[in-house]
Design a protein around this ligand. Structure first.
Ligand SMILES: *[C@@H]1O[C@H](CO)[C@@H](O)[C@H](O)[C@H]1NC(C)=O
Length: 330
């Protein structure tokens, strides 16, 4: 089913105004998509941290999952499955919201997320998974949202996580070189960063990225490795030391309420507080929130278009039309 999403993507591709700014079209591309870093013997083969899964009883869901599902029409809230996935390297579970028609099983999701090195993984809060024909995803900088079957694309999980780790302000670094990671990296500076994030994940966990001659983008690679290598490089015995505070829970709706399936509040499984694991609120200062919300709305739209669940917006600039190798996951 992933056989040829390319034709559709060409038709669907549109770059919204807020993201129109990105690496110049004239730059080269190092790879034809970052799937080449997945397999053979790539990110896809990393050993996941062992985990246990505990499913929430039907009835309540995290507020964030409810809002995302209902506001965007991704899932009927009664169809949401919520899981706490507890990895051996962190006492605080990763909470996954999966629409029951998602093509990714909870085990697939838990394995892909478990492949993310813990010091980096601890920067992602909720993971959501919704049905779609094509794999695509987006990040709101705290949480990651997946559409379709990304089970064979560990690089997409590294990419979304890299958005959460983005230190920004790196335009000058990009233009010092003559290429970016791939065609998709040209869609915006943010995407260019996240693609190099995948390369940094590969460098830290598979083999030196310099074996792939990245001389056309040496400054980008050096910068992102200097920022993320410490998080991406797995070391035996590493444990999480921070997490995003969990959302409150809400009732799925009146049917769940009527059947008594909605206790007042259901916290995530696992200890509320753990010594040495810092609880951090997932929020931005007010003055930054609005701009951020606008960027996330565009990222989300992009991902929806790539997933095949939303037609492109009319009248947006068509920067990507005909670009080879573009993948419109956000
Ligand atoms: C590395 O790639 C560049 C093009 O980006 C090329 O000019 C150079 O010859 C390559 N170096 C090696 C050692 O293959």
């Amino acid at each position: 089913m992933l056989q040829n999403p390319f034709f559709m993507l060409l038709l669907a591709a549109a770059v919204p105004a807020v993201l129109a700014d990105g690496p110049p079209e004239s730059m080269g591309t190092k790879f034809d998509g970052l799937d080449v870093l997945d397999s053979p013997n790539g990110l896809q083969n990393l050993t996941p941290s062992p985990y246990t899964i505990s499913q929430w009883p039907w009835g309540t869901v995290p507020q964030l999952c409810y809002d995302e599902s209902v506001n965007n029409n991704y899932c009927n809230p009664y169809d949401l499955e919520v899981y706490d996935v507890t990895y051996s390297d962190c006492p605080i579970p990763t909470t996954v919201c999966r629409c029951n028609n998602s093509p990714m099983t909870i085990d697939t999701i838990a394995s892909r997320v478990g492949q993310l090195p813990v010091k980096a993984r601890q920067w992602v809060g909720y993971i959501s998974s919704y049905a779609a024909d094509y794999c695509s995803a987006y990040s709101d900088s705290f949480h990651n949202y997946f559409f379709g079957d990304c089970g064979a694309h560990a690089s997409v999980f590294f990419h979304e996580l890299s958005h959460n780790l983005d230190r920004h302000n790196w335009k000058d670094t990009v233009t010092k070189g003559t290429c970016v990671a791939d065609g998709y990296a040209k869609s915006s500076w943010l995407e260019a960063y996240a693609q190099v994030g995948v390369m940094a994940g590969y460098h830290a966990n598979v083999q030196s990225i310099y074996t792939k001659n990245v001389s056309c983008m040496n400054d980008q690679v050096k910068k992102v490795i200097s920022q993320l290598d410490g998080l991406f490089r797995k070391k035996a015995g590493q444990m999480c030391d921070r997490y995003w505070i969990k959302d409150t829970t809400v009732c799925m709706g009146p049917d769940a309420q009527a059947s008594g399936a909605c206790p007042e509040f259901r916290a995530a499984a696992g200890p509320a507080e753990v010594e040495g694991v810092g609880a951090v609120k997932a929020e931005l200062p007010d003055e930054k929130q609005k701009k951020h919300d606008a960027v996330v709305a565009e990222l989300r739209h992009h991902a929806e278009v790539a997933a095949g669940i939303t037609p492109e917006k009319p009248a947006a600039a068509r920067k990507h039309k005909g670009k080879k190798g573009s993948k419109f996951r956000a």
